[in-house]
Write a protein that binds this ligand. Sequence first.
Ligand SMILES: NC(=O)C1=CN([C@@H]2O[C@H](COP(=O)(O)OP(=O)(O)OC[C@H]3O[C@@H](n4cnc5c(N)ncnc54)[C@H](OP(=O)(O)O)[C@@H]3O)[C@@H](O)[C@H]2O)C=CC1
Ligand SMILES: CC(C)(CO)C(=O)C(=O)O
Length: 313
Amino acid sequence: MNIVIYGTGGVGGYFGARLVQAGNDVTFIARGEHLSVIKKKGLQLKSYKGDFLVYPAKATSAISEVKNIDLILICVKTWQLNEAVNEIENVLAKNTMIISLLNGIDNVAVISKKIDKKHILGGLCKIVSKIEDYGIVNHISYEPTIVFGELNNIKSKRALQLEQTFKRAGITTKLTMDIQKEIWTKFLFISTISAIGALTRASIGEMICLPEIKDLMYKTAEEIVTIAKAKKINLPDDIIKKQFKLIENQPYNTTSSLQRDMMEGKPSELEAQNGKIVKMGNELGISTPVNNFIYYCLLPQENKARVLNKIGC
Ligand SMILES: NC(=O)C1=CN([C@@H]2O[C@H](COP(=O)(O)OP(=O)(O)OC[C@H]3O[C@@H](n4cnc5c(N)ncnc54)[C@H](OP(=O)(O)O)[C@@H]3O)[C@@H](O)[C@H]2O)C=CC1
Ligand SMILES: CC(C)(CO)C(=O)C(=O)O
């Protein structure tokens, strides 16, 4: 399969390298020094599931150089999605599929502003990974998983073929018949742990051990579920209980990518996670006091990181 990984970071680097390992023709979109090193020395994947060096790696900053693409996996940060879509819209072949693996609930809407929905499938991923150094991606923990599905929830021929492509690459894969539910479930999980993690500067294990913080996380989750219900998202009644079981089962030192970015003084996805909850609460007239508190406490730090890195929202 001819695959483009748009954004060769923690997520794109991992899944892209595994797809190369399985024999797919993969082009990595990257930039700056990271791209130079990948071109010179290849893309080095470190993982407890087995290291792999993609060498030589097909890598470029210009997706326009790639023709006849079967699949584009978008793996940039939420605030980088618009720019990526502007480039992607010019290279689509008749049957090109696009899947976003980003966290957040708005990604399909952002992509479909520019691109016909027939190209788009919904998606998300689960993994803990990051760029360790230029040209090096480190998968730290979590069983790397891709969840995806057609927007109209049918089991299409192309989705079934894609499921096989991911599985052959050793990627735990779920082809779902309710992608909206899956995206919101991941949103609930990530927004319950990430910004509180950034605020407390503590790992999941440290947070969950403190009843007061666990209670704060619970209230965060309840506010999200209230909003999801108002938006008619089909979440099961015991969703919070299930999510807390998942949170409690994470390795003690687990942190989220948003939290790691904030702790390193980098721009983060605060706006697309707890900021989004606050915004939706305001629009729907639903009070979200815990998410408001967390979001506004972190906003000055987020704004500072964006000014320092010259990045808008
Ligand atoms: N890392 C993780 O453990 C997990 C992350 N996620 C989600 O996945 C998404 C990606 O996260 P992650 O992989 O950590 O992010 P990273 O920042 O590690 O990777 C994104 C990469 O894309 C590059 N990029 C962005 N725009 C462009 C562009 N126009 N051209 C070329 N390169 C570009 C970035 O370069 P530059 O740095 O120069 O901007 C960066 O190298 C996020 O939504 C995140 O929430 C989900 C599950 C787990
Ligand atoms: C919490 C985690 C690691 C789960 O995949 C994640 O989605 C992130 O760090 O952004």
